[in-house]
Design a protein around this ligand. Structure first.
Ligand code: 13P
Length: 253
């Protein structure tokens, strides 16, 4: 059984003071959780977030990292620095980084390896644009993105990490993939993992991301292939994020 994992990607929102305000609202709502919970603030709010979440069930993730341990890379952050601070997860290959910062599959693969080598758990994002979906290349594309991002990893490494399937047309648009559609594509991603890394496919956790909200989380999470959510907008609201984390209670309500 894979433990569900709900992660909040705050994107470029919440400097330390706002992060503290959100966490003060969120922490009391998340005393007991049936799933792993992660919040991913911007770099400048990691310190504040780590100290405020210490002793709570909330783990902390970063939204990016560099491939090198140190050196002349102005403006970049080494994965080792994050690990030393107590950060556990790192989002890699988000579609916004692919689109606005030119990240390629090969570069994302190097980031995944660098993150794993210092003990971080990558949350690797894959997903298609609307045009690609309409062209019928979703399966081919996410399979390729998965193979490329995880190239050269051992089955144990692959089994330990997290993939987030985020259809780009569903990000921040209010449009969600239907639960059945998301389940199908995530099944395709898991099948690709099985082809190359065998039983790691049973361990790897694959999230859905794209306009996940309290109102659709339970249905998405009820799908057999969907192991969690990577939540953008709704993770900035404590009540909404907590309701997503407690999706089982919402389902039973
Ligand atoms: P939204 O939940 O705002 O659609 O964002 C999804 C996302 O990109 C999470 O990484």
């Amino acid at each position: 059984m894979r433990k569900p994992i709900i992660a909040g990607n705050w994107k470029m929102n919440h400097a330390p003071a706002q992060a503290a305000t959100l966490l003060a609202q969120l922490i009391p709502l998340l005393h007991e959780t049936a799933c792993d919970v992660v919040v991913c603030p911007p770099f400048v709010s990691l310190s504040e977030t780590l100290s405020l979440t210490r002793g709570t069930p909330i783990a902390v993730g970063a939204q990016n990292c560099h491939i090198e341990k140190s050196g002349a890379f102005t403006g970049e952050v080494a994965p080792d620095f994050l690990a030393e601070m107590g950060v556990r997860y790192v989002i890699l290959g988000h579609s916004e980084r692919r689109e606005y910062f030119g990240e390629t599959d090969a570069f994302i693969n190097r980031k995944v390896r660098a993150a794993l080598s210092c003990g971080l758990i990558p949350i690797v994002c894959v997903g298609e644009t609307l045009a690609q979906r309409e062209d019928g290349v979703t399966a081919e594309l996410v399979s390729y993105q998965t193979r490329a991002a995880l190239a050269g990893l051992s089955p144990a490494q692959v089994g330990s990490l997290v993939i987030a399937y985020e259809p780009i047309w569903a990000i921040g648009t209010g449009m969600t993939a239907t639960a059945a559609d998301a389940n199908t594509v995530i099944g395709i991603i898991r099948g690709q993992v099985r082809k190359t890394w065998g039983d790691a496919a049973d361990m790897i956790r694959i999230q859905y991301g794209g306009s996940m909200k309290p109102g659709n989380a339970a249905e998405l999470m009820a799908q057999p292939e969907i192991d969690g959510g990577l939540v953008g907008g709704a993770s900035l609201n404590a009540d909404d994020f907590a309701a997503i984390v407690h999706y089982q209670a919402e389902r039973n309500a």
